[in-house]
Design a protein around this ligand. Structure first.
Ligand code: 5AD
Ligand code: SF4
Length: 443
């Protein structure tokens, strides 16, 4: 039987899909292209309106496979599944499984049952009162880059955000389980680990914490012999501890890169959003980070058109972008999510105003990204090669990877050697709009 997984949304979903893929493969299933598959799994995202709509159109498209072959079925997981739940069964005859984040550990066994009992439909939507550990079926060798979940859920209830409802309360994973997994991964060839959670800075601070703080966890993971690079995401500015900032100056494998969602540059809007920090406090964190790690590449998330956002509030967001000089940002138009506080907040910002603000913001960001990338030219950095570049040269292969700051770098190489998973030293020679060009410099 062949399966095909569609993944939407954040890196946690990517990590979950990777796990599902490994588990199903270990059970004898084979991963295949969409046209060949009998089993589809969709890992969904409902953080904004747009990704949620994509899932409905995909489900509509998949009906055609089921019409041709009634053995075909779909499992829907992730945030939309948690929200919509069993209603999927009424709307889509080919959906026979829905699962939330805590139900995922049971999915492989449930799929076996669904295959042997064609009339069955199953929902795995309960939130567990602990971090559900999953059985791991590691292959003999892993790609050089891996994600490790350190927690689930979120307790912050920012006014616009659906995550606390779809992913439940914050539950930290035990530090021992995290360290064991990281060690195993490094033994299997992993060179770069990204620690994942909705708000990693509050790791260990919930009732499931085992006394190890996020900063301590960083130091313990960084000490694993053979680990070359460490990253983490996502951070909340209100929770970033001084010890974590200090780690950027002390841990050589901690990459000089931080994704620190700002959301808005206006104190008034930040308050309405329930973010619990001010722009001044945010700037203070940035100062401290740059003091210990001057080269740090800062990226962020921004929302335009939150209810009540005035032109003046928006100007303050633009001002913050210039003050911090973000390397890059992910920016979104505010969209109402069902059941969140902001849904009831007024006045809503007109769509055309949101469209314009987003365009202005993104233009400013492109300019800053361009300047920052241009500033990389001449620097020597290390690139972890992920695979071949999309564009290839006539008599040269081009390899694509990421530098220590997380920027995409393309590296030409005349030899036939497969560089996938290798860390190569490069000199940046050119800045493109969204990537850099690096020349391989031999040791
Ligand atoms: N509308 C627009 N953007 C949102 N985000 C979260 N909820 C919403 C919403 N309702 C954005 C935030 C968050 C990112 C993952 O998605 O910027 O950091
Ligand atoms: Fe959503 Fe705020 Fe939690 Fe991030 S910290 S997941 S924005 S509620």
């Amino acid at each position: 039987m062949k399966f095909h997984i569609f993944t939407f949304g954040c890196q946690m979903n990517v990590c979950d899909s990777d796990w599902l893929c490994r588990s199903l493969t270990a059970m004898g299933f084979e991963q295949g292209a969409e046209e060949e598959a009998d089993l589809f799994l969709i890992n969904t995202c409902s953080v904004r309106e747009k990704p949620e709509q994509k899932i409905y159109s995909l489900l509509g498209r998949l009906t055609s496979y089921w019409k041709k072959n009634k053995d075909v079925f779909v499992g829907v997981g992730g945030c939309v599944a948690q929200q919509v739940g069993k209603k999927f069964f009424q709307r889509f005859p080919h959906v026979r499984l829905v699962f939330g984040t805590d139900g995922i550990a049971m999915v492989p066994q449930t799929i076996l049952r669904l295959i042997s009992e064609p009339e069955l439909r199953v929902s795995l939507l309960d939130f567990e009162d602990y971090y559900p550990e999953r059985e791991n079926n590691w292959p003999e060798k892993m790609p050089a880059q891996a994600y490790v979940n350190i927690m689930q859920g979120c307790d912050n209830f920012c006014a616009y955000c659906i995550v606390p409802y779809t992913r439940g309360r914050q539950k930290s994973r035990s530090s021992k389980a995290i360290l064991d997994e990281c060690r195993t991964l490094v033994n299997l060839g992993v060179k770069e680990i990204t620690l994942l959670g909705q708000n990693v800075n509050s790791y260990g601070l919930d009732k499931f914490g085992d006394g190890v703080s996020f900063a301590e966890l960083l130091y313990q993971v960084a000490a694993i012999d053979g680990l070359k690079r460490l990253r983490f995401t996502t951070s909340h500015p209100k929770d970033i501890a001084d010890e974590v900032i200090k780690a950027f100056g002390e841990l050589s494998c901690l990459c000089p890169q931080l994704h620190l969602p700002l959301q808005s540059g206006s104190n008034r809007i930040l308050k309405l959003m329930g973010r619990k920090y001010t722009r001044e406090e945010y700037l203070d964190i940035v100062d401290k980070l740059r003091k210990v790690c001057p080269d740090i590449a800062l990226t962020t998330d921004l929302i335009v058109g939150f209810p009540g956002e005035t032109e003046e509030d928006f100007e303050q967001t633009l001002e913050m972008i210039e003050l911090v000089r973000f390397e890059n940002s992910f920016s979104f138009k505010y969209s109402d999510r069902p059941g969140v506080r902001a849904e009831k907040m007024q006045p809503k910002v007109l769509e055309e105003v949101k469209v314009r603000r987003l365009a202005v913001l993104q233009e400013l960001q492109e300019k800053l990204t361009g300047e920052s990338y241009a500033g990389r030219v001449g620097k020597i950095d290390e690139v972890l090669v992920e695979g071949l570049s999309k564009k290839q040269g006539k008599d040269m292969k081009f390899w694509r990877g990421r530098d220590s700051g997380g920027r995409v770098v393309n590296v030409p190489c005349s030899s036939d050697r497969d560089l996938t998973g290798e860390i190569v030293r490069v000199k940046i020679v050119e800045a493109k709009k969204h990537s850099l060009l690096g020349e391989w410099v031999d040791e």
